[in-house]
Every structure is written in structure tokens, then in C-alpha cells.
Design a binder for this molecule. Structure first.
Ligand code: F6P
Length: 328
């Protein structure tokens, strides 16, 4: 019979994303609902090792559902990669009578949680929080929807100036090594071309396509480039290549960067975060461990952490076809 859970800890780890605060709020309030104590851990695994804890109750998380970032802050911890570091973290949890841990983060954070459980048998549960949407076992990671809306807003603004000056803009978006943000926002932003790491169609095809756009009467173009795209070494070399191989196009570059990680979470992300927090806590209370909660066919489902970590979300081929047709 698994140990009864009387006290849980929650932390945020890896790149922050809009919706993390809504998830923290849900974890804390679900604990309160079940008369379980809850402790917030500052600065991810680094704070866990140091015992940087804060007792939290339903009132501690008021007014944060609409805030981007994470009130618990996040950090990447080299020490937690060591057995000694994990041992210190385990001792802090034991010393504070904590029975389980909710980790809000990406696959790297889940890898740490799984190793921690394997070494100490300590119950852990994952909530997928990253704007990349690259985690297997959920159609949406926390922050993805908000990031899409942030990027589309930026594309619309850049398109205003591109059309006013008959310019070609290369816009780089985040996604580390996946093209989900680029593909979705490229379609929504009406981009002429979308370059993603899952496809490597070559520079000549890009120039041909842009020439076709211009021949068809387009006087300005938007090309969305995922940061992990392999077609060019980097977005500035893409610009140089087009400058050299296309006459009469005034080419500019815009790297959106970390603004994609900020902002008030969308309604979708707030609801998703609230659902995930409830599912994560109640799954731990049922005596389960080593799962990630995820949205699958609009239902809260559980995926074993080792599968969530190893799996990779594939690019949506139907979306890829839509983007090809739309850029005719
Ligand atoms: O994983 C989320 C993410 O924003 C990626 O899209 C991006 O490549 C990376 O984090 C940036 O990491 P950092 O915030 O450490 O620069």
C-alpha cells in the first residue's frame, strides 16, 4: 500500500512558459481541497537542493492566474545532475515531511524527476510546461497557445511595415529543435514560406518560391524560420543568400526571441493549467507516480514519464499541406 500523501511540493523547471502560474495555483488549491499541505519550491531543482521552500495555501496563489512567468522562478541545476545533489534534495524533502513532488517543466525536467524516483522511490508527477509543444503525450504543452498568439500578433505588425516598404522579412521564432510554433504561426500569419527543422527543402527552392510569389504580384513577403531550422546556418545568412540571389528585394530580419515566452496566458492555457494541476495532484493522491498529465482528445490522460521523455511530437502533415496550398 503506497504511503499516504499528507504534504506535496511543487516546482517549476527549465524554460518558463505562460500558464505555469495557473498550474501552480491549481496544484496548491487542489491540495487545499483535499486537506493536503503544499510547499512551493523556489528556483527548480536548485532550490530543492537548498531547501528554498515556502508554505502555500489557497490564498498564497491569488491574483496569479493571469500572470506570465512563474512566481516560483525557474533555474537549470548542474548539481541535481549529480547523485550527491539529488541526495541533498531527497534529504530536504524528508526533513520537511514532504511525500510527493509535482514538476512543471519540459522533458529535461522530467528526466531529472524520473532519475530521482528511480534512486529514492520518491513519488513524482509531471506537468508539461514549455512553449515548444515538443513533449509526447499531450496535444498542448502549457504556454504553446499563448506563444502562438504572441507570435501571430508580432507577424501582423511586421507585415504592416513589410507591405509599406515592399520588403521581404525573415522572422525567427522559438522552438529549439521543432517547428510547431513556426508552422502554426506561419499559416495564421499568412507567411509565404515556413522553414522548419523537420523539412530541409534547400535554399534554391526557397528562392524559386519567393520569385514565384513576386511574379504573381506580391510586393512583400514574410518567411517564418524556426530557430532550429537547418536550411541556413542562421537567419542572417539566409538574408545574405537571398540578397545575393534575388534582384530588387529589400530583405530584413526580425528575431522575436524571448518575448515569445512572456505575456498573460491565454484562456486556453489557463483552463489547461487548471485541469492539469487537478489531475497531477489527484493522481499522486491515488498512490500513482512517474506519470505526466496531458491533453489527449480534449481529455486529461496520463503518460508514463519515460515515454513522455523519449517520445517526440511529430509535425502535423495535414498542417504542412495546408501551408503549401495557402502560399500559392
Ligand atoms: O524550451 C523553450 C525555449 O524557449 C526554446 O524554444 C528556446 O530555444 C529555449 O527555451 C531558450 O532557452 P533559454 O531561455 O535558456 O535561452
Amino acid at each position: 500500500m503506497p504511503n499516504k500523501i499528507n504534504k506535496l511540493a511543487v516546482l517549476t523547471s527549465g524554460g518558463d512558459s505562460p500558464g505555469m502560474n495557473a498550474a501552480i495555483r491549481s496544484v496548491v488549491r487542489t491540495c487545499a481541497y483535499h486537506d493536503v499541505e503544499c510547499v512551493g519550491v523556489y528556483r527548480g531543482y536548485e532550490g530543492l537542493i537548498e531547501g528554498d521552500f515556502k508554505q502555500m495555501d489557497a490564498r498564497s496563489v491569488r491574483g496569479i492566474i493571469n500572470k506570465g512567468g512563474t512566481i516560483l522562478k525557474s533555474a537549470r541545476s548542474e548539481e541535481f545532475r549529480t547523485k550527491e545533489g539529488r541526495q541533498k534534495a531527497y534529504q530536504k524533502l524528508v526533513d520537511n515531511n514532504i511525500d510527493g513532488l509535482v514538476v512543471i517543466g519540459g522533458d529535461g525536467s522530467f528526466t531529472g524527476a524520473l532519475i530521482f524516483n528511480n534512486e529514492f522511490g520518491f513519488p513524482v508527477m509531471g506537468i508539461p510546461g514549455t512553449i515548444d509543444n515538443d513533449i509526447f503525450g499531450t496535444s498542448h504543452t502549457l504556454g504553446f497557445d499563448t506563444a502562438l498568439n504572441t507570435v501571430v500578433d508580432a507577424i501582423d505588425k511586421i507585415r504592416d511595415t513589410a507591405s509599406s516598404h515592399n520588403r521581404l522579412f525573415f522572422i525567427e521564432v522559438m522552438g529549439r529543435d521543432v517547428g510547431h510554433i513556426a508552422l502554426n504561426t506561419g499559416i495564421a500569419g499568412g507567411a509565404e514560406e515556413i522553414l522548419i527543422p523537420e523539412e530541409d527543402l534547400g535554399l534554391d527552392r526557397l528562392v524559386d518560391s519567393l520569385n514565384r510569389s513576386r511574379t504573381s504580384g506580391k510586393t512583400s513577403s514574410i518567411v517564418i524560420v524556426a530557430e532550429g531550422d537547418k536550411i541556413g546556418k542562421n537567419i542572417f545568412e539566409l538574408k545574405e543568400y537571398v540578397d545575393e540571389n534575388m534582384e530588387g528585394y529589400d530583405v530584413r530580419v526580425s528575431v522575436l526571441g524571448h518575448m515569445q515566452r512572456g505575456g498573460s496566458p491565454s484562456c486556453f492555457d489557463r483552463v489547461l493549467a487548471s485541469r492539469m494541476g487537478v489531475k497531477a495532484v489527484e493522481t499522486l493522491l491515488e498512490g500513482k507516480t512517474n506519470y505526466m498529465v496531458g491533453l489527449i482528445a480534449n481529455k486529461m490522460e496520463l503518460t508514463p514519464l519515460d515515454k513522455a521523455i523519449k517520445g517526440k511530437t511529430k509535425i502535423n502533415l495535414e498542417l504542412l499541406r495546408v501551408s503549401d496550398i495557402m502560399s500559392i
